[in-house]
Design a protein around this ligand. Sequence first.
Ligand code: CP
Length: 376
Amino acid sequence: MTTPTLDAETLKGLFGKSLMLTTDWSTDELETLLNVAARFAARDRAGESNALIPNELGYAVFFDNSTRTKSAWAGAVTRLGMNPVIVDGSSTQVAHGETAVETGAMLGMNAHAMGIRHDLILGEGNTFMRDVEKGISDYLAATDNARKVPLVNLQCDIDHPTQTLADMSWLREHFEDASPDAIRGKKIGVSWAYSPSYAKPLSVPQGLITLLTRFGANVTLAHPKGYELMPSCVEAAERQAKESGGSFTQTNEMDQAFEGAHVVYPKSWGPYDLMLERVDANRAADKARMGDIEQRALTRNADFTDWICDERRMALTDAGDALYMHCLPADIGAEVTEGVMEKHRVNLAREANWKVYVIMALLAVAKVENLEAKLG
Ligand code: CP
């Protein structure tokens, strides 16, 4: 795959920019970001140093579990020459009620880049991130401090942009096409799948339908009735598909997402009405009600155990050989059979590996002046 050239003008516009949602960025900006990520991947895999931001602090706070994103943050920050610090959100004073704006001011006075995961409660995570960013920028402005402290959304209630941009980078690598047309005309099935483990956030499927429709793909979203996504994300996917010349189709049949698909992305998420019910229960810190809602979500999931990515469904795809994708972790034996998982295990690791380069790109475009010259 040839490494694409970087557009200096678009790069200039990204200087100092945070990423809260991919829908906040123009398609040109996303394209440039993907190109910077590809440049970092090529350089890193060739053993070149990318220590462009030495001796700075990359601070990330996680209010939910993570394996891949935490390690990608540490890997990206370290490769850039920064020092990573990763904190469990429940151990901060946010747990005692300190506000997001206050937290931003406190962290922003020391950190040079911030990552946040806050994904469990609808209506909360993205708002929290924006308030932290306000706390940081108000502090920097009031103290005449010119340094850039970009905030990177490491998964919120609406979007998981470092995941979906990593997914997009992997699709470009898989289809050996680093151009904006890499997924144009490709059928991509994003489907709900059964999970007995927990009511998973909506942010990955929402992030996928709002990103992939920007690039001319034919996206089919499949889920059982009751597992709808946030209306604002569905509306954005419909509008963007029209603008990009792709398509966006919704169905309640899992097979329909697989038929003729070049790519399938089956994963679980929680029932929409129960995810909404959690908002009040969480605000009231009502642990018993939260537990009851979770039980009801799992009982509801159990009505759809046949929503599994198995060999029969993979055989429905284009030439029976679609690319299987998952953000991971996957519930093996529930979301996907052991056989399908094993067949695609290495590809899934290659997909995940791109998150390191996406985070590097996000921090570098926001913090490094004349980046195109520095990347050679
Ligand atoms: N896909 C993903 O975000 O993985 P983690 O939850 O392990 O970070």
